[in-house]
Design a protein around this ligand. Structure first.
Ligand code: SF4
Length: 96
């Protein structure tokens, strides 16, 4: 599997090594800038798209595995994914 952190499922062209869920992305064909903006209004709008996306779980795990540190993926911002990563790491340590 190839992770392509610089690409996003909004893209009309699939990057090499794309996973099978990628073409079913709810954001397919949308302006990628919406998913990489810093303002609250854009982030809220991007998350609204993600909430109805049929592949949001796959998208989030793709971004988590690839440690993608920018943009909204799977309905979470980069800061939210970092918190989730820390939370998972804590839980993993506690569970041995
Ligand atoms: S979860 Fe959001 S960013 Fe990911 S594919 Fe779906 S709409 Fe796009």
């Amino acid at each position: 599997m190839t992770l392509v952190p610089s690409a996003h499922p909004t893209g009309a062209v699939d990057p090499p090594g794309v996973e099978e869920w990628w073409p079913r992305a709810g954001c397919r064909g949308m302006d990628p800038n919406l998913f990489f903006a810093d303002d609250d209004e854009s982030i809220t709008a991007a998350k609204a798209v993600c909430r109805t996306c049929p592949v949001s779980d796959e998208c989030l795990e793709y971004a988590m595995r690839g440690r993608i540190d920018h943009g909204v993926w799977g309905g979470m911002t980069d800061a939210e994914r970092r918190r989730l990563r820390r939370s998972r790491a804590r839980a993993s340590r506690q569970n041995g």
